[in-house]
Write a protein that binds this ligand. Structure first.
Ligand code: MIG
Length: 653
């Protein structure tokens, strides 16, 4: 049962698609403090808190402060409070009750979940305006189902998007892209997409292609398609200021860019140099920007990733001017220690400066609204621009779409990648822990940069991360400029990567089927063990996941280990894969096990009464009937598996 309460006058986010009558009276469960703009409740010692989508830290969110304030911060360390997303849905779970809470506000909120006081959960608001949805149900899964029902169906990608993608910031030329494809081919590792990062563009101008480095682009796209590879270009939020660049000229003329108080367009700087930001919150501007995707669709492109849409700002012209003026003041003065630090802060906080988000306005639903009040729905609306455009422009085709910044509601238009992680073992664990929270919030087509984006990867980290990545819908190896190259063919373990990616291919019928069932029935794709098993041990397992109805995963995420401890809440069948057709199996009783997993092995646990369908890798990406599959069963018959398949291409009504 869902009840909707309202505090103040919330700015709508369009995240909830069902109409609800407002419940009157006090908000149950919570203490409301208008002076402090807070809602709080007491947690029982045993209560667990799950959700919040893409954040740092573990699966149970207790013991930290999370701030919903979409941020471009490439240091995803434990001390942070915000990443790129605001997904304000969580479930409080205990033996006696389950309560789902969705706090719908586009502004900044802070969730203190047992940080200040171990047993108090406090939500504080910058503006005390929000719709609060309280969801009661029999189980966490029931609550999630109800929640997902009111926010609308998750984005459905084309089936080919379940393939394997290689990315790098950046492949600079068409020749470099061809080389990647060639090397993968030589190594026998299947590759389905190559991502184009910002350098494919002409001077970082959205929807342009650099003629010199990517000549005859449509033909190139077609040539790669014939090899089975989709090129997936990046789109950035900022539009380069350059007269004669049609998108800039049109945006200026039609007034589609965000404006300052004095009605001038905001001038910020990102990769293209000076940019204006489209006002994605304005219906007309959103439609206009969305239509621009056609420029690349017409050249054969069928997938995109939207970046820098928090929005990331290197500097604004106005703030930079202020900084330079202040520096003038410092000049010639003898800097005492206080002023030295003030000076250092001044210069160090030019990018993504909070004050800059208060300098510009949106024309949103007929009102002029300052950006910081709607900050968290900016990236969402950029991706919505694309998603709505695809429905108009290519109604018969699914388009791959995922975004860096997100808010609930965006899950209807695309997935997310988890931003600029690092080549750290701890970030492999973070990836594992983010997946179920993303599932709760409807972001099913998601994944992290495999191998790590920042820092130099190591061969063993890339192996272990790929061994987990073969299970995430978005399966992409990506890394930053200046870091060690991490394409799989560069390592002695190329033959192992080959078997891993082939195993992924073999798993696609299962992954796709489970994905589609999750999308169509509002189920979670990745679940913590305790969402299905109610023993106390399961409640504390944060490094194993259930994936779909049939399997449990226990990835290895520590360096220099050839195995790990695995907890089984019930008897299961362990499949130790070395290749899709080379594995051994073993029945394991419930309880604790230390299990060997060498660098070339992937452990999959089949639940009792369940079935894992597999395809021959060469066929995995195609539309396959039930009788074309192999099955690994544990006390079940192949027939008992509910298999979903379709053409993988036609959008669902
Ligand atoms: O400021 O386009 O998260 O995936 O490679 C960095 C370059 C901008 C951030 C994205 C990353 C991408 C990079 N971008």
């Amino acid at each position: 049962m869902i009840k909707k309460y309202r505090i103040g006058q919330p700015i709508p986010t369009d995240s909830v698609v069902k109409e609800f009558p407002l419940s009157e009276g006090e908000i149950p469960y919570f203490n409301r403090n208008d002076a402090k703009k807070e809602l709080s409740l007491t947690l029982d010692k045993k209560d667990k808190v799950y959700g919040l989508g893409e954040t740092i830290r573990g699966i149970n969110k207790r013991g930290w402060i999370y701030t919903s304030n979409n941020s471009d911060d490439p240091n995803h360390t434990e001390d942070k409070h915000s990443l790129y997303a605001s997904q304000n849905f969580f479930v409080i779970s205990s033996k006696t009750k389950e309560l789902g809470v969705y706090i719908d506000t586009p502004g900044i909120i802070t969730l203190d979940i047992g940080y200040t006081d171990l047993n108090t959960l406090t939500v504080s608001f910058e503006d005390f305006d929000a719709d609060i949805y309280l969801i009661e149900g029999d189980s966490i899964l029931d609550i999630v189902r109800q929640f997902r029902d009111i926010i609308g169906r998750s984005y459905i990608p084309p089936r080919w998007a379940f393939g394997f993608g290689q990315s790098r910031w950046s492949y600079m030329t068409a020749d470099e892209v061809i080389e990647v494809a060639d090397k993968y081919e030589e190594a026998g590792i299947p590759l389905d997409m190559i991502y184009l990062d910002i350098d494919y563009m002409e001077k970082y101008k959205d929807f342009t292609v650099d003629e010199a480095s990517f000549p005859k682009f449509p033909e190139f796209v077609e040539k790669m398609r014939k090899r089975g590879i989709h090129l997936v270009p990046i789109i950035d939020a900022g539009v380069k200021m350059e007269e004669g660049y049609d998108i800039y000229d049109e945006g200026v003329e039609k007034g589609y860019f965000v404006k300052k108080e004095n009605d001038e367009n905001l001038v910020a700087a990102v990769w293209p140099g000076k940019v204006h930001f489209p006002d994605f919150l304005n219906d007309e501007a959103r439609k206009w920007f969305g239509d621009k995707y056609k420029i690349l669709l017409d050249q054969g492109i069928d997938g995109f990733w939207n970046d820098m849409n928090e929005p990331a700002i290197f500097y604004t012209e106005d703030h930079l001017k202020e900084v330079f003026e202040a520096i003038e003041d410092y000049k010639g003065k003898n800097l005492d220690i206080q002023s030295f630090f003030a000076f250092k802060d001044l210069v160090g906080s030019i990018d993504n400066n909070e004050a800059d988000y208060k300098r510009f306005y949106h024309d949103y639903k007929g009102k002029k609204i300052r950006h910081d009040k709607v900050h968290n729905i900016f990236g969402y609306n950029m991706t919505r621009a694309a998603g709505e455009a695809f429905e108009r422009l290519v109604p018969d085709k699914r388009i791959l779409m995922f975004s860096r910044s997100s808010y609930i509601g965006m899950h209807r238009y695309g997935g997310v990648w988890c931003g600029d992680n690092k080549s750290w073992w701890s970030h492999l664990l973070l990836n594992i822990q983010q997946m179920p929270a993303l599932s709760m919030c409807g972001f099913l087509y998601s994944g992290a940069d495999i191998g790590g984006f920042g820092c130099d990867t190591t061969e063993d980290l890339l192996l272990r991360w790929t061994a987990f990545g073969i299970f995430t819908p978005l399966f992409r190896n990506h890394s930053a400029m200046g870091t060690r190259r991490q394409e799989c063919y560069r390592f002695d373990s190329a033959p192992v990567f080959k078997e891993f990616v082939r195993l992924r291919r073999a798993l696609i019928p299962y992954l796709y089927s489970e994905y589609m069932k999750a999308a169509l029935n509002n189920e979670m794709l990745f679940k913590p063990l305790c969402f299905e098993y109610d023993d106390e041990r399961s409640a504390e397992i944060e490094d194993q996941l259930l994936l779909g109805e049939s399997i449990m995963l226990a990835p290895v995420y520590k360096q220099n280990t050839t195995g790990r401890n695995v907890y089984l809440p019930e008897e299961m069948k362990l499949i130790r894969f070395r290749a899709y057709d080379d594995y051994d199996e073993e029945i394991l009783g419930s309880g604790d096990h230390y299990l060997r997993a060498e660098l070339n092995e992937i452990l999959v646990f089949i639940r009792k009464g369940h079935v894992l369908p597999l395809a021959e890798p060469s066929k995995g990406l195609g539309e396959l009937g039930k009788d074309e599959l192999d099955y690994i069963c544990y006390e079940a018959e192949p027939e008992s598996y509910e298999y979903y398949t379709d053409d993988g291409e036609t959008p669902l009504k």
